[in-house]
Design a protein. Structure first.
Length: 124
């Protein structure tokens, strides 16, 4: 079969098998299989997502401060600029606590976790 192949060493049938394997493995991670609380997209029982489009990025001064703290920690190399470690820390917040926190409260809690784990936050 003539054509341009992204993986030229594979015959089209072998490529199709790899593609099927890829999609089969990715389905295991789909929303229907997710059990972590932060992966609520598409789940029922949580109601509609409130959409506030009043043109403001922050609805309270403290939210802007949390954002600024995160950006400063990124600039200093404490938190990755890709938000990978922040996202991971947010996903590790215990479910009951996660559901009780607002968006920027989750960011703040995750930053606290990361700073403590890196020995940059004093124990009280």
């Amino acid at each position: 079969m003539a054509g341009i192949w992204l993986i030229p060493e594979l015959e089209p049938s072998a490529l199709a098998v790899r593609e099927r394997e890829f999609w089969a493995s990715s389905r295991r991670d789909s929303v229907g299989q997710v059990s972590r609380v932060h992966d609520m997209g598409g789940q029922t029982g949580f109601g509609p997502v409130p959409a506030e489009d009043d043109g403001r990025f922050f609805h309270a001064d403290w939210e802007a401060r949390v954002y600024a703290i995160i950006r400063l920690l990124q600039r200093r190399g404490v938190i990755s600029t890709a938000f990978d470690d922040l996202r991971d820390a947010i996903e590790r917040i215990p479910p009951a606590e996660y559901l009780s926190l607002s968006y920027y409260e989750r960011w703040l809690r995750a930053a606290e976790m990361l700073l403590a784990e890196r020995g940059l936050l004093a124990d009280d």
